[in-house]
Design a protein. Structure first.
Length: 246
C-alpha cells in the first residue's frame, strides 16, 4: 500500500505579488516539489527510472485555488499517487494552512516516456503498490479542451536552457508561468486565478520558438494555446478561470 507524503513550506518574497499573495505558478511549483520529494523517497524518481530508460511525463492537470497563502505563511502540502490504469497514473495534491484550512488542490494524470524513442510506455504493474488507497481521490482530470479560434492576444519566445528541466524539455511550471506572462497586465495585476485546466500535448525543446495565443471566453474564463511556430501544432491547451482581487 502506498503512502501519503507531506512537505512544509514557508512563502518567500520571491514567490509573491504586489499584495503579498503567492503567485499561482509558485503555488503549483510547491505542489510539484512535494511530489518530486515523494518519488525520490519511493525510489521511482526520474533518476531511479534511468535503468528503465524512462521518465515521468505530465499529461493533464486540474488546479483549483480556494485561497492564496501570503508572505511568510507556513503551508503544508500533502500528495499521493491516487490511481494506476495501464499507461496512465494519477496523483493528487492538497495545500493547507496551519489550521488545516484547504487552500488548493491539484489532480493530475501522468505517463511514462521512453527516453530513447520519446514514446509513452506501459507503467509496470508493480507500481500499483505505490497507490495510496486509504482516502477518497479527487476526480480524475478527464476534461477536453479546445484550441484558440479567435486570437485576441499573442506573443512568442525562443526556448532557452533555463526553461528546461531534467528531461531536457520545457518544465511544466515554466509553461504555466509563460502562459500567465502572456496575458494582459490588467488581468494579472487586478485579478486572481481560481482554477486552471491544462493538457500537455507535445514537448517544447531548446531553440524552438513557441507561440502563446489567448482568447477570452467570458468575463471569468480565458482559453490558451501554446503552439510550435513552424509547424503550428498545439504543444499545450489550457483554460483559466479568474476573479477580481479583493
Amino acid at each position: 500500500m502506498g503512502t501519503l507524503h507531506t512537505e512544509y513550506f514557508k512563502i518567500r518574497t520571491s514567490e509573491i505579488n504586489h499584495l503579498k499573495l503567492l503567485h499561482p505558478h509558485a503555488l503549483i511549483q510547491l505542489m510539484q516539489e512535494a511530489s518530486m520529494q515523494h518519488t525520490i523517497r519511493m525510489k521511482v524518481s526520474v533518476w531511479d527510472l534511468e535503468r528503465l530508460h524512462s521518465s515521468w511525463v505530465l499529461l493533464k492537470m486540474q488546479v483549483t485555488i480556494h485561497h492564496y497563502p501570503t508572505l511568510n505563511e507556513d503551508v503544508r502540502v500533502e500528495t499521493y499517487p491516487s490511481g494506476l490504469d495501464g499507461y496512465f497514473t494519477y496523483r493528487d495534491y492538497f495545500m493547507y494552512d496551519q489550521n488545516d484550512k484547504l487552500y488548493a488542490t491539484i489532480t493530475s494524470m501522468w505517463t511514462l516516456m521512453n527516453t530513447a524513442s520519446r514514446k509513452i510506455m506501459k507503467i509496470p504493474d508493480s507500481f500499483g503498490s505505490l497507490v495510496y488507497g486509504e482516502t477518497n481521490a479527487l476526480a480524475r482530470p478527464e476534461f477536453r479542451l479546445k484550441s484558440v479560434d479567435n486570437i485576441e492576444r499573442t506573443s512568442e519566445i525562443q526556448v532557452n536552457y533555463y526553461h528546461l528541466d531534467w528531461n531536457g524539455h520545457v518544465n511544466n511550471v515554466q509553461l504555466v508561468r509563460l502562459i500567465l506572462e502572456s496575458l494582459d497586465s490588467n488581468i494579472t495585476s487586478k485579478m486572481k486565478m481560481k482554477s486552471m485546466s491544462v493538457h500537455f500535448k507535445l514537448e517544447a525543446m531548446i531553440g524552438q520558438t513557441i507561440v502563446f495565443n489567448n482568447e477570452t471566453v467570458n468575463d471569468q474564463n480565458i482559453r490558451h494555446a501554446v503552439k510550435d511556430k513552424i509547424t503550428g501544432k498545439d504543444l499545450l491547451l489550457a483554460e483559466t478561470e479568474w476573479e477580481a482581487l479583493v
